[in-house]
Design a binder for this molecule. Structure first.
Ligand SMILES: [Zn+2]
Length: 61
């Protein structure tokens, strides 16, 4: 877990908080038989640890 410098509006606290970033990487099978690597960045509130938002990024492997 990495404390991110980014701040986000926490829906649980109702105010802007610093966020904690957790990244996971998954391989996702495609219809043509290839796989895509997807990195998911998940942001949690640094104060209450509640889920704030997530982003998916396609990586080159
Ligand atoms: Zn919060």
């Amino acid at each position: 877990m990495v404390v991110c410098v980014a701040t986000e509006l926490c829906p649980h606290c109702g105010v802007v908080r610093e966020t904690v970033l957790t990244s996971t990487t998954d391989e996702r099978a495609q219809a043509d038989g290839t796989t895509l690597k997807i990195r998911t960045d998940i942001y949690h509130c640094g104060s209450c640890t509640g889920f704030v938002r997530s982003e998916e990024h396609v990586t080159d492997g």
